[in-house]
Design a protein around this ligand. Structure first.
Ligand code: SAM
Length: 260
């Protein structure tokens, strides 16, 4: 019967793909590709004869919801016809990505076997390139527009990673970039929890083995003037020290004494 595997290709062309993801790409009847670079699509074409682009569904001025719905439909149609379909996504297919999660849920709801193979995401790359261990101080991840549209609690003693900052404030997800006015609102929101001179990092993982990552450090109040691309991620290191919870520390010490 029909089957769907959504796999991650990793961020760097040819360098991050796992053996399971690779074998799905090679063995599927059809591969649907959502990748950032035409070179990556060419590379997939070398592994499978039937690679179809999902990029065609993106358009300026078209609500992203509609784009995702069409991507899900495109992947499910051959599954319903009994074929083995592979959705190949750059990075991790389940990280800040709607279509793979929705396609898998929909395929399962229709009784088909569907699953996800994880990949190396932008998150994994930034830990390596910026020398950040999320376990050291904790690490919050937020989508830039969501940070503005909803009341979220930021913890400035942890790392903060802001995704999709390049189109912050685009409510219907109609565009691929927004301007300085929207960016100013993001700075205003971050200023509630961080000082104006706090160091912030614009990060872009390298996607080709010959390239190097973009790591640009600037003050928070200079963010408006920074070049932000659709593939830029913002990283804010902690602004304050960890705040000790003295009463909990005392209770843990008391427990240790009572057990000694
Ligand atoms: N699934 C992807 C992953 O695993 O990294 C993320 C897809 S999400 C739709 C797009 C966002 O991911 C961008 O706005 C940016 O925050 C981040 N991103 C994508 N490519 C990146 C890169 N080369 N370096 C840093 N962040 C990147």
């Amino acid at each position: 019967g029909g089957r769907l595997a959504c796999v991650g290709l990793g961020m760097m062309l040819g360098a991050h793909i796992g053996p399971r993801a690779r074998s799905h790409v090679e063995q599927a009847n059809v591969v649907f590709a959502a990748v950032s670079d035409p070179l990556v699509e060419q590379w997939l074409q070398g592994m499978n004869d039937d690679v179809r682009s999902l990029q065609v569904y993106y358009a300026e001025g078209k609500p992203r919801r509609e784009t995702y719905r069409q991507m899900v439909e495109a992947m499910l149609e051959p599954v319903r016809a009994g074929r083995f379909v592979c959705g190949a996504f750059y990075g991790h297919p389940g990280v800040f990505a709607r279509a793979p999660h929705e396609a898998i849920a929909q395929a399962r709801a229709e009784g088909f076997i569907a699953y996800m193979e994880p990949g190396v995401s932008a998150e994994a790359c930034l830990y390596a390139d910026l020398g950040i261990d999320p376990g050291r101080f904790g690490c919050q991840h937020h989508e830039a527009s969501q940070l503005l549209l909803y009341r979220r609690r930021l913890d400035p003693s942890a790392h903060l990673v802001v995704w999709q900052a390049g189109w912050v404030g685009d409510r219907q997800c109609l565009r691929f970039s927004t301007g300085p006015a929207q960016r100013a609102l993001l700075v205003e929101r971050l200023r509630e929890d961080y000082p104006a001179d706090h160091e912030i990092i614009v990060y872009e993982a390298a996607t080709l083995p010959v390239g190097s990552p973009r790591i640009e450090r600037l003050r928070l109040d200079r963010l408006e003037a920074a070049v932000l691309n659709p593939h830029s991620t913002l990283v804010l290191p902690p602004a304050i020290a960890l705040q000790p919870d003295l009463s909990m520390q005392a209770r843990i010490d008391a427990l240790a004494r009572s057990e000694a």
